[in-house]
Design a protein around this ligand. Structure first.
Ligand SMILES: Nc1nc2c(c(=O)[nH]1)N[C@H]1C(S)=C(S)[C@@H](COP(=O)(O)O)O[C@H]1N2
Ligand SMILES: [Mo]
Length: 514
């Protein structure tokens, strides 16, 4: 019997749906990723903002501002619609061609990428959401439309509806997944905005003093003695910055103690707030690097809390845990020492900690590298023994004890600068936390070490400015610096990589004079 079935073709609507699902899922992934990475704006939103920045405001006497910043919402809505229409078109093109839809996705992704390239403050991360969204659309279109191709290929054989069902299931599941991803992104973004707002509204009992007299030697071009918070290095393993509401925050102190202590944020603020200048340094900081900063910290003394808890037995460590699960092991003695003033810090430079620096509470233990002491978003302190724990950085091969090593750096001039022969000012920083700096010396072209002028310091845990005037004869020169500790320790010139104990070696720059 002859086959009486009509040749099966796919309705064009199905191809449009495939395109729309793929496009919407791409937008959702871009949005969710932006929120999860806590970046500025989602790809299309950033594009809308860029458009509005370039279009002059249009105002009408009677109707008020027609086009301006408040047009962002409607513009984003229009852009999403346009993107979806293009996506539907891409879906239709997919019926006949594999590369034409690609052009459309790359076009949509492309305009967003161009906007990012043109924006002033961008990092490599900013490119991720757009790229991921574009790739999602490309992959999903081929996945969702694959059953449609099957229907067309089998157009002269009876179709039992399997491919149709498969198409409906695939587009339904992917559409739902896209909605789920978008909702996740929205809620994450909301949480972040909410925590940012709580932070802004906080009025903490902390001070924000001027930098002390005499610490700054007045050489231009140096990193500021007090590192402004936006310039302070950020170092953490979390991909998405944890967002912790102060009201949700609590800290548990337990382990080898007589009485467990649980503190709320309010409990912390109600205690005596101590404040001090301290330099924080990362073990990853290379010789001459800037993974080191100096700030005014406000918080509560950990030694007092540990005394209240009553440390027992042969404990020698405190395992700190962050809200994001990161752990670090801190020598117990460094936290019990009242002179060191290890603190649960709530503020940095007179403001609540920023989210990236550990809001609402982080630890600061002067003189220890960040990976053994400076736990951000800290929620748990367990008094324990080093023999019984292995903290995250130790697993990765970083030193367990982590005292900051004596060090020094040349800030000015920049390496490679050309001068006229004559007197040139050199300046930079030196540090020897817990001990203090008694001198900083520089040497020209490997010659004799000569002393430099030092700034004052409020305590031994901050870095020290140094400066020296050097008479440069014509020619190429190397200048190196070394620090001398108050205990007589001379900074070693032996070059050593940062891992595991921190980098050593003299910082050296090359300059020339004509
Ligand atoms: N939760 C958490 N805290 C952390 C880290 C981390 O990865 N996660 N990194 C540590 C390291 S290695 C350093 S050097 C300091 C850096 O602090 P900052 O980002 O405020 O400069 O944070 C420490 N605290
Ligand atoms: Mo670090």
């Amino acid at each position: 019997m002859p086959d009486t079935m009509e040749p099966v073709t796919t309705p064009r609507g199905a191809w449009s749906i495939a395109g729309a699902v793929a496009g919407a899922a791409g937008l959702a992934v871009g949005h969710a990723m932006t929120m999860a990475l806590t970046l500025r704006s989602s790809p299309l939103v950033a594009f809308a903002e860029a458009v509005l920045r370039r279009v002059p405001e249009v105002a009408d006497d009677r109707m008020g501002t027609l086009i301006g910043p408040q047009s962002r919402g409607p513009l984003v809505f229009i852009l999403v619609l346009v993107a979806l229409l293009f996506s539907m078109w891409a879906g239709r093109l997919a019926e006949r061609s594999w590369w034409q839809p690609l052009l459309i996705w790359l076009g949509i992704g492309g305009v967003c990428l161009v906007e990012i390239v043109l924006s002033a403050e961008r990092t490599a991360l900013d490119f991720l959401p757009t790229t991921a969204g574009t790739v999602t659309s490309i992959v999903l279109l081929s996945f969702v439309s694959e059953p449609l191709h099957r229907i067309e290929d089998e157009s002269d054989t009876p179709v039992d509806g399997r491919s149709r069902r498969s198409f409906i299931i695939r587009s339904g599941v992917m559409g739902a997944a896209g909605i789920g991803v978008a909702i996740y992104g929205e809620s994450f973004g909301k949480k972040r905005r909410h925590v940012e707002q709580t932070r802004r509204l906080l009025n903490l009992p902390v001070s924000n003093p001027h930098v002390p007299e005499g610490v700054v030697l007045g050489v231009e071009g140096m990193a500021p003695w007090r590192t402004p918070t936006p310039e302070f290095f950020i170092e953490h393993t979390a991909v998405a910055t944890p967002t912790v509401e102060p009201l949700e925050w609590s800290l548990r102190i337990h382990g080898m103690v007589d009485h467990e202590i649980v503190l709320s944020y309010q409990d912390l603020i109600d205690r005596r707030i101590r404040e001090r200048w301290a330099t924080l340094s990362c073990a990853k900081n290379p010789v001459g690097g800037d993974k080191i900063g100096n700030a005014w910290w406000s918080g509560v003394r950990i030694s007092a809390l540990l005394e209240e808890a009553g440390v027992t037995g042969d404990a020698d460590a405190v395992l700190q845990t962050s809200q994001d699960g990161w752990t670090c092991g801190t020598p117990l003695a460094s936290m019990l020492d009242p002179n060191r003033e290890a603190m649960l810090a709530i503020a940095m430079n007179g403001e609540p900690l920023t989210l990236d620096h550990g809001f609402p509470v982080r630890t600061i233990v002067p003189g220890l590298f960040g990976h053994v002491s400076a736990c951000k978003w800290v929620v748990d302190l367990e008094v324990t023994r080093f023999a019984d724990i292995e903290a995250n950085p130790t697993k990765e091969g970083w030193a367990e004890m982590g005292p900051v090593l004596i060090g020094s750096r040349i800030d000015v001039p920049e390496g490679g600068t050309e001068f006229e022969a004559g007197v040139v000012s050199f300046a930079g920083y030196a540090w020897s936390q817990r001990i203090g700096i008694s001198g900083v010396e520089i040497a020209l072209d490997g010659g004799a070490w000569q002393g430099t002028e030092l700034g004052t310091v409020p305590n031994q845990d901050t870095w020290v400015q140094w400066r020296a005037d050097v008479d440069l004869p014509a020619g190429d020169h190397t200048v190196r610096v070394r620090a001398i500790g108050s205990d007589g320790t001379i900074q070693t010139g032996v070059q050593r990589d940062a891992k595991p104990d921190g980098a050593t070696g003299w910082h050296e720059i090359e300059v020339s004079a004509t």
